[in-house]
Design a protein around this ligand. Structure first.
Ligand SMILES: Nc1ncnc2c1ncn2[C@@H]1O[C@H](COP(=O)(O)OP(=O)(O)OP(=O)(O)O)[C@@H](O)[C@H]1O
Length: 512
């Protein structure tokens, strides 16, 4: 029995040893995994800390930008006040001077004789014109300072800005299905937009989001610095993107009572030109084209003449559109007369008055500095794109299908160009559509661009809203490098460079 018991104990020890041998590696693995988990938890904690820090930094930068902007505006206000004071002081001083001279002439005939010999009226006039020169010089310096601040402000904001405008729910939307509001803005964060789709929430970060009640003036205020840049000799492109009926035309053209970006930009442009007339002479000209089914038409010609885009035979390397009507305009009223548009519109299931063409209004501003004779050439492209909805949703067939396919193809080409810019590719496919070909000199390096992405807040449009916002985020991540003024001495070469640079990998893209 004792022997049996001894064997049993030995057997037990043996099987314990076996189990121990099998479980040892497992518990080692377990403790390895536990250590790894702890490491990962530590990493997550550190990443959270970094994210939190970055969020604080971003908030601080945004506050700083806000403060800088306020300071700049104040500074501009002060400069304006100082300019007015100086001009007033100079005017009253010269009046007093003239008055006292006249008094002396009339009251003391003897003085006339003395003055003729010691201080002639010509001397006085030349003194006064010297004083005026001084004032003009001061004024020039102030304007230059103002421009510098203005450029800093634009640089601070970045040279490709993606704005989003949420269309308010209108009475005419009320009778249809899918009326729940699924797109919301954030009161505390003016660059965030929340979209709920299939029960899931998603937040998009853009440069600026306008809530549905935002006014036309509020939208324009964001665009205004870019319009001013165009007078300073930059190439600027502002375009509206979004599904049919999302408010592109409302934002760009607006209504009679509530004009949109186009009219406000033109008014601003002519006001600025008037303000600078003592120092600069400007020539403003406009052209207007429509791209419908990949056919380019001149909207300023009587019968919408068909046009083509070609390389300029002058060897400068930039594009031109032979036969395009370019009309010189003298005032805001004049420009309104010549730009009456005639876009091709057809009804689709999405919107009775949907515009199925891309419309481009281009304003060229040539400036001559009266003092130095140097010249600038700015260009403002205002682009109202055709609806971005996917073909299947617009219920298109036959002609309409072809039309929708062309629209989608050109918007896709626009996306590809942006993707290529983002990816620092050596080849940028500008030629894949008439739209991108025409926008070539506004989308490459050295230009300033703002895209207003229009979205509907309603559930029934949520698929298109998500598509538009994804497109917007792609654009948002493209950095075009510092913008470049087009000044005449370097105009030819810089323009040529702008075009050819777009085709090489020299783009300084800072993509996240
Ligand atoms: N912010 C807004 N406030 C008031 N009404 C608006 C606003 N945005 C759009 N609308 C109205 O919604 C309707 C559709 O807008 P709009 O024609 O601008 O859309 P769209 O995107 O240009 O369409 P399409 O692609 O067909 O040109 C119009 O009646 C317009 O007046």
């Amino acid at each position: 029995e004792a022997v049996t018991a001894q064997r049993c104990r030995e057997g037990q020890d043996h099987s314990d040893n076996l189990v121990g041998k099998e479980t040892d590696p497992l518990s080692d693995k377990l403790s390895d995994q536990n250590a790894r988990c702890k490491q990962l938890e530590e990493q997550i904690r550190r990443s959270d800390e970094v994210t939190c820090n970055l969020q604080h930094k971003i908030a601080a930068y945004e506050r700083e930008i806000g403060m800088l902007r306020e300071e700049l505006l104040k500074e501009i206000g002060h400069l304006e006040e100082r300019k007015e004071e100086a001009v007033k002081a100079a005017a009253s001083c010269s009046q007093e001077h003239v008055q006292s001279l006249q008094d002396q002439f009339t009251s003391e005939p003897g003085v006339q004789h003395t003055l003729t010999h010691t201080h002639t009226p010509e001397d006085t006039i030349s003194e006064m014109s010297e004083a005026n020169k001084d004032l003009l010089e001061k004024y020039r310096k102030e304007v230059a300072l103002r421009r510098k601040y203005h450029e800093q402000l634009v640089e601070l904001k970045g040279n490709i800005r993606v704005l989003c405008r949420v269309k308010p729910v209108l009475k005419e939307d009320q009778h249809e299905e899918g009326l729940a509001v699924v797109v919301t803005t954030d009161l505390n964060n003016e660059s965030a937009l929340n979209v709920v789709s299939k029960g899931k929430g998603r937040t998009f970060e853009l440069d600026k989001v306008f809530h549905p009640q935002a006014t036309q003036e509020e939208v324009f205020q964001e665009i205004e610095p870019l319009v001013t840049s165009c007078i300073d000799g930059y190439h600027v492109c502002i375009f509206a993107y979004g599904q049919t009926g999302s408010g592109k035309t409302y934002t760009m053209e607006g209504s009679v009572e509530n004009p949109g970006i186009n009219q406000r930009a033109l008014k601003h442009l002519f006001n600025e030109i008037e303000d600078r007339k003592d120092m600069w002479s400007y020539t403003v000209s406009v052209s207007s084209v429509e791209i419908y089914n990949e056919v380019l038409r001149d909207l300023l010609s009587k019968d919408g003449e068909k046009l083509d885009i070609k390389m300029n035979p002058d060897g400068s390397g930039h594009l031109h559109v032979p036969g395009l009507r370019v009309i010189e305009v003298k005032s805001f009223q004049h420009i309104k007369k010549v730009t009456r548009r005639n876009r091709i519109t057809f009804g689709t299931q999405m919107n009775q008055h949907s515009s199925r063409s891309h419309a481009l209004l281009t304003i060229t501003v040539l400036g001559v500095d009266l003092a130095s004779g140097s010249k600038t050439c700015g260009k403002l492209n205002l682009v109202d794109l055709a609806g971005s909805e996917r073909v299947w949703k617009s219920g298109a067939e036959g002609e309409r299908l072809k039309e929708a396919q062309n629209i989608n193809r050109s918007l896709l080409a626009l996306g590809d160009v942006i993707q290529a810019l983002r990816g620092r590719q050596t080849y940028i496919p500008f030629r894949n559509s008439k739209l991108t070909y025409l926008l070539q000199d506004s989308l490459g390096k050295g230009n300033k661009t703002a895209m207003v992405v229009q979205v509907s807040a309603l559930e029934r449009n949520v698929g298109e809203t998500l598509c538009s916002l994804k497109f917007a985020q792609r654009v948002c991540k493209v950095e075009l490098g510092p913008a470049a003024r087009k000044i005449e001495s370097t105009l030819k070469t810089s323009r040529a460079r702008t075009l050819s640079d777009s085709n090489v990998s020299a783009l300084r893209l800072d993509v996240q």
